[in-house]
Write a protein that binds this ligand. Structure first.
Ligand code: GLN
Length: 427
């Protein structure tokens, strides 16, 4: 059996592929030359499993998606109180490159707009750090988040620096109010190099999954940020990550997110997944057109709105028993995306008997995607030659049509197992 999740992602890309609305950003000369048709999506679970499709090995500059991670680095290095002295956490409702400060405190409103991001960049590695050392340090942090060595695209950076008047005026404004101490040119160089770090969507999904996972990279198991830092960074992403579209985004899509002008978009679902899309054409707010579409579909179809409450359990398989030609899998709790992924991965890893029985006695319910993935898993097992059966005394999975008009066998008695020893504990 192949994992159906990658197929779902492929279907979603097919659904949005023909949408050629929007334009690639052209205020940075190198960006204007980007191939506008690139399209990719990656999803990394907090269990450390990556599902990815499309142009997922193409590198592009991280741009504003660097902002929540740079913010988290500063929070980790200095603590929330110190960082909050130079940058607020209120949504500004303004464009990303707005020349604005909080009227009462003279601080930038939040770290997701350029003014806040330039101020945050200056905190990393100490405010008296050289540009070189600071950028090296940021690249080190980002590499740990992505689980591989990243680097700065110097040529791209120079192209942006040559046209960086707006960011320079922001830096002069910050200097004027004592928010940054460094020379404005150096501050913009440091920030622009941060924005010019090259990543793929897979890197971004792993970086996002790390903050969704309380600061531990789920693949390398590197402890990078404290849980409170990860939570704080995501909270500010939720309220300000989509600039002047942030409120609508949170209500309609409900996934803490951050976009970048090269067409990347990341999102986090705390405790579940980090995800990323890449598609260079942008809408009026500077957010990737098809990226927004993909996130909207993921949110709706896969039940990923943050405000949905599914009452999740961590281990969806209560017991796993293979004897006398039957594998009996006892499930428990609420079966959502993460739980169904966990169950099917168990089914892929373990040797299954000819007959596969799911005991749903202890299941409290399925959400839409949990139901869809389990039924699809059963359909694929049937196609692989297994006989499938369900014990569902409370009818938590009504009408279990496998999608092709066939049904698993419905048991009227609880399947008997002689041993409760073998447990599957796939993370
Ligand atoms: N480097 C870009 C800038 O500062 C990042 C902006 C973005 O991605 N929205 O203009």
């Amino acid at each position: 059996m192949d994992m159906p999740i990658t197929d779902y992602l492929d279907e979603i890309l097919d659904e949005v592929r023909d949408n050629d609305n929007g334009e690639v950003a052209d205020y940075i000369p190198e960006l204007a030359a980007a191939n506008p048709d690139r399209l990719a999506v990656s999803l990394c679970t907090t269990g450390g499993h990556m599902y990815s499709t499309g142009d997922d090995d193409i590198e592009f500059t991280i741009q504003s998606i660097s902002k929540p991670f740079a913010y988290a680095i500063a929070l980790q290095e200095l603590g929330i109180a110190e960082v909050t002295k130079v940058v607020g956490m209120e949504p500004s409702g303004e464009a990303f490159n707005e020349l604005s400060l909080d009227k009462d405190t003279n601080r930038p409103m939040n770290p997701m707009i350029n003014a806040g991001a330039i101020a945050v960049n200056q905190l990393i590695n100490g405010s008296d750090s050289s540009v070189e050392e600071r950028v090296d340090r940021i690249v080190d942090w980002f590499s740990r988040l992505a689980g591989r060595e990243l680097q700065v695209d110097e040529e791209f950076c120079q192209s942006e620096i040559a046209t960086a008047d707006r960011n320079l005026s922001i830096a002069y404004m910050l200097r004027n109010y004592g928010i940054i101490q460094d020379d404005a040119q150096d501050a913009v160089l440091s920030y622009t190099r941060q924005c010019s770090i090259l990543v793929t969507v897979r890197d971004l999904a792993m970086m996002a999954a790390t903050i969704a996972n309380g600061g531990v990279n789920p693949v390398t198991e590197d402890h990078i940020f404290d849980p409170v830092v990860s939570r704080h960074a995501q909270a500010v992403m939720a309220s300000a990550g989509m600039y002047n579209g942030a409120g609508r985004w949170l209500a309609a899509v409900g996934i803490p997110a951050k976009s970048g002008v090269s067409g990347g978009l990341i999102g986090t679902l705390p405790g579940q997944i980090g995800m990323a899309t890449f598609s260079p054409r942008l809408d009026g707010q500077g957010n990737s057109f098809r990226g927004v579409e993909i996130f909207t579909i993921l949110s709706e179809v896969m039940g990923m709105h943050l405000m949905n409450n599914t009452g999740r359990v961590n281990r969806a398989v209560r017991n796993w028993n293979s004897e006398n030609g039957s594998t009996i899998i006892q499930l428990q709790g609420a079966i959502d995306f993460r739980a169904s992924e966990n169950i099917l991965r168990g089914a892929i890893q373990e040797d299954l008997e000819k007959r596969v029985v799911l005991d749903l006695d202890r299941v409290s319910g399925f959400n839409r995607v949990g139901r869809r993935i389990i039924l699809e898993g059963l359909r694929r097992l049937t196609m692989d030659g297994h006989a499938t059966a369900l014990f569902d005394p409370d009818n938590v999975l009504p009408d279990p049509d496998l999608g092709d008009g066939t049904y698993p066998e419905m048991l009227t008695e609880k399947p008997f197992v002689t041993s409760y020893e073998m447990e599957v504990d796939t993370p």
